[in-house]
Design a protein around this ligand. Sequence first.
Ligand code: AMP
Length: 288
Amino acid sequence: MKTVSTIADVRSHVAAARRAGRSVGLVPTMGAFHGGHEALMRAAREQCDEVIVSLFVNPAQFEEPADLAAYPRTEAADAATAARLGVAVLFAPAVTEIYPDGFATSVRVRGLADVLEGAERGAAHFDGVCTVVCKLLNIVVPDVAYFGQKDAQQVVVIRRMVRDLDIPVRLHVVPTVRELDGLALSSRNARLDAADRERAVALSRGLEAVADAIDAGERDGAALEAAGHAAMTAAGVEPEYLAIVDPDSLERVQALAGRVLVVVAARVGPARLIDNVLIDTEQVATHA
Ligand code: AMP
C-alpha cells in the first residue's frame, strides 16, 4: 500500500489503474479506524479492483474548535489496518492541500442539510462535509464511493448532492457495525470513560424501544418518539433529538407507513453520539 499526501499523486495512481482497466472504489474517512471503517474497506475490496481510502480530518465540518482538537488521530495504526485490508492507496493530505490559500467555494444542499444534525450542529457542518466529499469525488473520480449507514443523514445529503451536481459515481451504503451491547462503533467512543461507556448504550436502547413499539402495532409518530425518549432517559441519557423521519425527505412522520428512519443524537459525557435504524413498517409482524 502507498501512502500519498498530494492530489497529483492520487491522480497519477488512479490514471494508471484506469489504463490497466481496473475499477476504483473510494472510502472517505477521518481516520481512527474501527470495525465500521473496516467494513467499508472490505466492501470496497470485494467490489472494486483498486481501493483508495482518504484520511482527512476535515476542519470545515467541525463547529467546535475543541471537538476538532480532541478528534483522535492514529495515522500509523490506520495505515497498518488499511494495508492489511488490501487498500491500494491511503490518501492523507494536509489541510493546505485540500484548502489552499484563497479557497472560496462551498457546496450547500439546502433543506436536507438544515434539519436534525444540521439544526443541532449548524448549517456549516454539512456544507463542510459536502464540499470535502465533492472535492474527493473530483480528485479520485471513483466508480463507487462507500459510506456508512451510521451517518444516515450524511448519506441522504450526499446522495442529493451527487444527483444534483451529476457527479458520475455510484454510492454504496454499508450497514452500521455495532458492539455486542448495541453501541454503534464510532471514533468518538474512545473518549468515553467506563461509566459513560455503559450509559452510551442508551442510544441503541432508545431505537430498540421504538422498534419494539412498532412491532407491537404502534403507528403514531409522537407516541413512538415518546417511547424512545423514555427508554433513553431510563438509561440515564437525555436525547438532543429522537425523531422518526422519512428516509428520503427527512421530514417528521406523524402516522407511520412504509419505510421510516429513526434517528437519535445525545451527548454522553464528553462525546456527542448519533445512531439510527431503518424500519420497514410493512415488514414487521404486528400484534395489533
Ligand atoms: P468517519 O471517519 O467517522 O468520518 O467515518 C467514515 C465513514 O465510516 C463514514 O461513511 C461513516 O458513516 C462510516 N462509519 C462510521 N462508523 C460506522 C459504523 N459503526 N458502521 C458502519 N459505518 C461506519
